[in-house]
Design a protein around this ligand. Structure first.
Ligand SMILES: C[S@@+](CC[C@H](N)C(=O)[O-])C[C@H]1O[C@@H](n2cnc3c(N)ncnc32)[C@H](O)[C@@H]1O
Length: 285
């Protein structure tokens, strides 16, 4: 049996016994076994947002699973409800609201950095984004920031939307933007590069329900071959889309603002394509 499969089985057995929903019903242990294998039997600093049980029960199923399976792990759990009854050697819990940037930064300053941060808290988009933006820099190179149940971004009960999914600022929008961030050194203009947060990431693994954002050891490479190509491409981009630059910038700050303007752009793009098609049609004599 491969090491990865052995870890998967260890997580499954512990998770089922402890009633951890990462195993049943979600099946996330398969992906955890793939990405966390490196730390099995090695020191691991893992922070999980959302301990479980809310104010009704103690919870702690996943922290208990990590504790049992990763025998050298130092575990940290955050929740809005006190969970100190779970504390023991290698496991500490803290009462912190994941939507509170100042509290998160202070916590990370005191206890970070981490190899792995898992967001399995409120699943509300403003909380998830506050945690992502304030904690990702506290993940070590080679480690992961993990978003569980990101599909809640499509559901109004968690402040998400299916209809407005491309206009709301949600974790799913940021998972899509992660591709721009990984390519930060292939973006042409300095002005655009400044708008993209440099999270120092080089991988994105998206599975149904769970996504792993990988922190890089090195600055992501640039494929821009030379200065001449760069200037030429900036000029071409400006010629084609420069008149809409301010609009694009405003849209990337707040995608909801510009639905109307996007419709205008669509009309303009469709009209240009049609004009180009007309010009290519053979002339009848
Ligand atoms: C889905 S449960 C976590 C389950 C746990 N990670 C597991 O796998 O066993 C979500 C937890 O997030 C906590 N929570 C809700 N809002 C929060 C917030 N704003 N900040 C931190 N934790 C929050 C809830 O109290 C609840 O215990």
């Amino acid at each position: 049996m491969s090491e990865q499969h052995a870890l998967q089985q260890a997580l499954q057995q512990a998770g089922e016994r402890l009633g951890c929903d990462k195993v049943i019903p979600h099946g996330y242990h398969v992906h955890y076994a793939r990405h966390l294998l490196h730390w099995w039997h090695q020191p691991l600093r893992l922070l999980e947002i959302g301990i479980g049980g809310e104010d009704r029960e103690l919870g702690g199923a996943s922290l208990n699973m990590w504790h049992q399976v990763f025998e050298q792990a130092e575990l940290y759990g955050l929740d809005i409800y006190p969970k100190q009854a779970l504390d023991r050697p290698r496991l500490q819990t803290f009462v912190i609201d994941q939507g509170d940037p100042a509290a998160l930064r202070e916590f990370a300053r005191q206890h970070g950095p981490f190899d792995v941060i898992i967001d399995d808290g409120s699943h509300r988009r403003s909380d998830q984004l506050a945690s992502l933006f304030n904690l990702i820099e506290h993940v070590r190179p080679g480690g992961y920031y993990i978003l569980e149940d990101y599909f809640t971004a499509y559901w109004p009960v968690y402040d998400g939307s299916t209809l407005a999914r491309d206009f709301l600022d949600t974790p799913v929008r940021w998972l899509k933007q992660t591709i721009d961030i990984i390519n930060i050194n292939n973006l042409l203009s300095e002005q655009v590069r400044r708008q993209v947060p440099n999270w120092k990431i080089d991988a994105l693994h998206v599975y149904p329900g769970i996504a792993f954002i990988g922190k890089s050891h090195h600055s992501p490479p640039s494929e821009i071959p030379n200065e001449h190509f760069l200037l030429n491409q900036i000029e071409l981009d400006e010629l084609r889309y420069g008149i809409y630059k301010q609009l694009f910038f405003t849209h990337s700050r707040d995608p909801m603002q510009h639905l109307e303007a996007l419709l205008e752009i669509k009309k303009w793009v469709d009209a240009s394509i049609q004009t180009a098609d007309e010009a290519l049609k053979p002339k009848s004599s």
